[in-house]
Design a protein around this ligand. Structure first.
Ligand code: KG4
Ligand code: ZN
Length: 370
């Protein structure tokens, strides 16, 4: 609908320069420039290379998104940008670009949280998020279970990884198996031809006394690496497909079991899964199976919207505008460790876009204390 907010979102927290444009919950453009190929030969993301790549890709990607959406920069109702968490130098490029565009165009600026954006993106695929939403976010940088009563200002962490992120475990095991970087997609592919029950790898933090919603993948990683080493030391062939399938099963078994348990405990009847690892075919299948058995509706965006992208930032920005949340100041700075509870970074003189002065105080106070 034409009266819904038109927002451009910029994402540069890691190695993807993403620029998305949405109108309300409708996706108009999703332009992404990735520097993943440059990092591949280092076996991981190199922060300085990522920052430089963002700088080079920023303006062309913004122009590509505007063209794809068929809108002019002046038509925008706001500019949203990932303020954190992420790589400090990489975030800085996006935040600086967003500030420059907001200032030059005279549009409100919204510095938003990367994790809340990963959840909000599902609105572009499956319509408005139910409230509260239960979200399992799994990527190379994060693994969290979050309860979001209001995606614009109330996101509560129920659990997180105490060591490696789920995607990081995929990347590390792929490295041990000499499969290249990133590891998730190739392990996913090989696992389809392997036996997930071939090797009983450990399920981290799954004992009765362990925290119900936290994750741990470092023990699993060590166990898989030792198993491979032992095979090699004995001069035997490593059954790569079975290792991939058994490792992947250990990861997705724990992720889905804990996520479904959180839904049941909190009385939430649907689950959204986001982040790069949500592209995993076995995670999707097992989550579908377990959710169905528990009477939970599963919402997983298509893979392109699960990995880092600008559309997710625009989606959360549009929700901020629609709900009259206060804009950020032009002094907005990137915060590499922005807590997940801070869904956005309102300015010190927070004011809601398009509301009279009397509302201003009320809305900013509401935002501070809720
Ligand atoms: O969300 P994302 O693009 O960037 C981060 O914020 O980290 O996630 C990237 C991560 C990488 O660790 C990659 O190996 C993993 O997501 N990944 C997968 C799959 N596709 C990407 N993991 C498992 N299965 C996949 N199909
Ligand atoms: Zn991410």
């Amino acid at each position: 609908m034409a009266d819904e907010p038109l927002v451009l979102g910029i994402e540069t927290s890691c190695d993807e320069t993403g620029v998305g444009i949405v109108r309300g919950t409708t996706l108009l453009a999703d332009a992404v420039a990735s520097s993943v190929d440059t990092h591949a030969r280092f076996g991981g993301v190199v922060p300085e290379i990522a920052s430089r790549a963002h700088l080079e890709a920023m303006v062309p990607t913004i122009e590509r998104a505007l063209k794809e959406a068929g809108v002019g920069a002046r038509d925008l109702d706001g500019i949203a940008v990932t303020a954190g968490p992420g790589l400090a130098g990489a975030l800085l490029v996006g935040v600086s670009a967003a500030k420059a565009y907001a200032y030059a165009l005279g549009k409100p600026l919204y510095g938003v949280n990367h994790l809340a954006s990963h959840i909000c993106v599902d609105q572009l695929e499956h319509g408005p998020l139910p409230e509260p939403t239960m979200a399992l976010l799994v990527s190379g940088g994060h693994s969290s279970l979050l309860l979001a009563p209001d995606i614009t200002r109330d996101v509560r962490p129920l659990g997180a990884t105490i060591d490696d992120a789920a995607g990081e475990a995929f990347d590390k095991i792929a490295r041990v198996l000499d499969l290249g970087f990133p590891g998730g997609p190739v392990i996913d592919r090989l696992a389809k031809e392997g036996d997930p029950k071939a090797i009983a790898f450990p399920r981290g933090l799954s004992g009765s006394r362990d925290p119900a919603y936290d994750f741990s993948f470092s023990g699993l990683k060590t166990s898989v690496a030792r198993w491979i080493e032992a095979k090699r030391a004995a001069g035997e062939d490593v059954p790569v497909r079975d290792v991939a399938a058994s490792f992947q099963e250990a990861v997705v078994d724990v992720l889905t079991r804990k996520a479904v348990r959180a839904c049941k405990d909190e009385g939430v009847d649907h689950l959204m899964i986001g982040g790069g690892v949500a592209a995993n075919s076995r995670l999707r299948a097992l989550a579908e199976e377990r959710c169905e058995r528990a009477g939970i509706r599963l919402r997983v965006p298509r893979p392109g919207l699960c990995t880092d992208n600008g559309a997710m930032v625009a989606a959360l920005g549009a929700e901020m505008v629609a709900r009259n949340r206060p804009a950020s100041d032009l002094e907005l700075s990137a915060d590499s460790s922005l807590p997940v509870t801070e869904t956005h970074v309102p300015g010190a003189h927070a004011h809601a876009h398009g509301v009279g002065h009397d509302h201003v105080h009320e809305i900013s106070k509401d935002n501070l204390y809720s």
